[in-house]
Design a protein around this ligand. Sequence first.
Ligand code: UD1
Ligand code: CA
Length: 488
Amino acid sequence: MSEQAPTTVIVLAAGGGTRMRSKTMKVLHPLAGRTLLGHALHAARGIAPDHVVAVIGNQREQVAEHLAQVDPDVVQAVQEEQLGTGHAVAVALATLGEQAAGTVVVVYGDVPLLEPETLEGFVADHREHDRTLSVLTARIGNPHGYGRVVRGPDGAVVAIVEERDATDEQRRIDEINSGILAFDLAWARDALRGVGNDNAQGEYYLTDLIGVAVAEGRTVGAYEIEDEIQTEGVNTRVQLARLAAEANRRIVERHMLAGVTVVDPATTWIDADVSIGADTTIQPGTQILGATTIGSDAVIGPDCTLQDMEIGDGASVVRTHASLSVIEAGATTGPFTYLRPGTTVGAGGKLGAFVEAKNTRVGPRAKVPHLSYVGDGDIGEGANVGAGTIFANYDGVNKHRTTIGAQARTSSNNTFVAPVTVGDGAFTGAGATIREDVPPGALGVSAGSQRNIEGWVARRRPGTPAAEAAARAAAGEHSDDDVQESST
Ligand code: UD1
Ligand code: CA
């Protein structure tokens, strides 16, 4: 679009959204891993505009902060009072300054399914027909509440009439104004001055620009789309869930068509910005969220929640809850594994059943197979960490690291009191509490040799079932179960 006159997208996001009944501003509610506003900005950026202006008003500190985070180049225009869509656009144009020119495209911050390609097609059509103003329309089953597109006998658009201002005959029109408009900026600046608020809502209607353009004999036209859900806005949480489900259906379908097997689309939730390689299989009950990337030939699920993860080719991730971590190629996690931020499972490595890891690097082919907590650790290549291991990383004040060397074999039920290092190829004994470093190739043991105190139960726990069983054993009898077994 570089040879064209500059393009400005105005995103309207000042309205209140009271029907959400939420502390959170409506346009900041999430859908498919972006806020509603984030989706509108994504569509806006898709046409590579020269400027994007967001009109904010209600709960504007929240919205301004979000804009600064997700798209700091957006110009923020503050509409102190929400006097209508026409007023909102006038505020945006005033913020842009007098020298701004070119084409303006208006979109809404609460319409999340609009696709960049649709907006692109709309703007291209607007330019091809050299119109002063174009409106994106759709025909819908129940047009109640929308502005209706009124066409003249020759089919030309002559006005948009709001529901509350419409005649009975106009209310029967099923072609609606999506709210998405394109028009000439310099013209609109003047034309908006001629728009009043003499209507049922006492608002300055942006849609009144159409009447102005028609009266001036300018070219006005409609661009009708079939896929009406792209024009739908969110007003309640019921609509939010419905549009989220449809967004998800479309995202899952896109991945399937690109070569990903999704066993159960109905229970698979994938955010908009996730990427997945071909021939990966997604098992049921899986949420793949945020900026997660997954390679090819991996198996994900069943029952995973993966937030902002990087997962390599051929990895197997089963019943795993994980965020901000890396699972490298061919590595496996699960079932029932919890990866907290900063964890890396190296190529071919493993975090097994009931293992929690945090800020830990598991080296290539290293394994933590069972029932362990490994926090703030470095586990060397090919090492094996025994069942029931705890990296005691927290001394109550500071966190410390545990280092396990390459090819080390640590035994079951070990506690590593950090900071501590087990050298390459070293072993530890069962039940050891390792407080001192273990040199490479050494065996670290800490439990003393076993001592049996004879008769302790009879003296200290007399009359208990244990004492009775011990007495029978001493008398050469067997327990009841053993008697029955030995008699068969
Ligand atoms: C508007 C259109 C209607 C269209 C419908 C599509 C007008 C007059 N009406 O009606 O023809 O069918 O959208 O959904 O344009 N906003 C501001 N500042 C304001 C008023 C609104 O920023 O002063 C924003 C809102 O946050 C929202 C958008 O503009 O994102 C639309 O406003 P809303 O009040 O929902 O308009 P509708 O009455 O639905
Ligand atoms: Ca609305």
